[in-house]
Design a protein around this ligand. Structure first.
Ligand code: BGC
Length: 255
């Protein structure tokens, strides 16, 4: 039986939809992590269907809170952007749609915000004084700003224009794969991106998440910044943990 200190986290990304039940006192997964592919095109119908199938597999009790992350700006439950999913998401009452499809209340947030919150609660940003900047290097680049552990939602710094282009089109992990960049070549692009972030925000700590952060030793040591830059403790599970943790937050919603 699932105790009340658990919640479900579902992390929707451009390539996969992942979910698990999380123990909120320890920040650990209490079920296997289930991953289903994001349907091609990332349409609302397709993503809703796969998310429902995933929740069905996890079989949480009806009283277990559910948090869902999405790779877009999420304000008052509405998706306001769609960088790596169908443009049909723009302007949708997405939280409401998920609640109707999943037949329960949910908490709906930006994916990088969830990851940053998880690192502040259970990971690399725990107890950090000052500004911690979470970045997730995946299909896009997600960012979250944390000040003394408090999240400022919907920072979209992966879309900073650097040398005339959207930063994530050159520096995401998808760009590395697409262009078959060596770690050294990719690190050069990351250096440009992180230097720009450092100039604008003077953070006390950079945290790097996303699946590629498990290979951090190939690129993080090549970066030269004033603030320390460290891999996310929860790597690719940070979104799941953050979604679950935000689902039980008692203070007002994020946006
Ligand atoms: C989106 C962000 C998202 C990030 C990571 C970006 O393209 O604009 O909202 O957090 O990708 O998925």
């Amino acid at each position: 039986m699932i105790s009340p200190s658990t919640a479900v986290g579902i992390d929707i990304g451009g390539t996969g939809i992942k979910g698990a039940v999380v123990d909120l006192s320890t920040g650990t997964l209490v079920t296997d992590r289930i991953k289903l592919p994001t349907p091609a095109g990332g349409s609302p119908e397709g993503i809703l269907e796969v998310t429902a199938a995933l929740l069905e597999k996890l079989q949480p009790g009806s009283d277990v809170p559910v948090g869902v992350t999405f790779p877009a700006v999420v304000k008052h439950g509405v998706t306001l952007s769609a960088a790596n999913v169908s443009k049909k998401w723009i302007g949708l009452q997405a939280e409401e749609l998920f609640e109707q499809t999943l037949k329960r209340d949910i908490t709906f947030v930006n994916d990088a915000d969830a990851a940053g919150y998880a690192e502040a609660q259970f990971g690399a940003a725990q107890g950090i004084e000052g500004v911690a900047l979470m970045t997730t290097l995946g299909t896009g680049i997600g960012t979250a700003i944390l000040h003394n552990g408090v999240l400022v939602p919907n920072a979209e710094l992966g879309h900073l224009e650097v040398d005339g282009v959207d930063a994530e089109t050159r520096a995401s992990n998808a760009a590395r794969e697409r262009e078959d960049l060596s770690w050294k070549e990719w690190a050069k692009r990351l250096q440009t991106f992180y230097s720009r972030l450092e100039f604008y925000f003077s953070p006390d700590l950079f945290i790097v998440g996303g699946g590629v952060s498990k290979h951090h030793e190939h690129f993080l040591p090549r970066l030269s910044l004033n603030a320390p830059i460290v891999p996310a403790v929860h790597r690719n599970n940070a979104g799941i943990l953050g979604a679950a943790a935000l689902a039980v937050r008692t203070i007002p919603p994020l946006s």
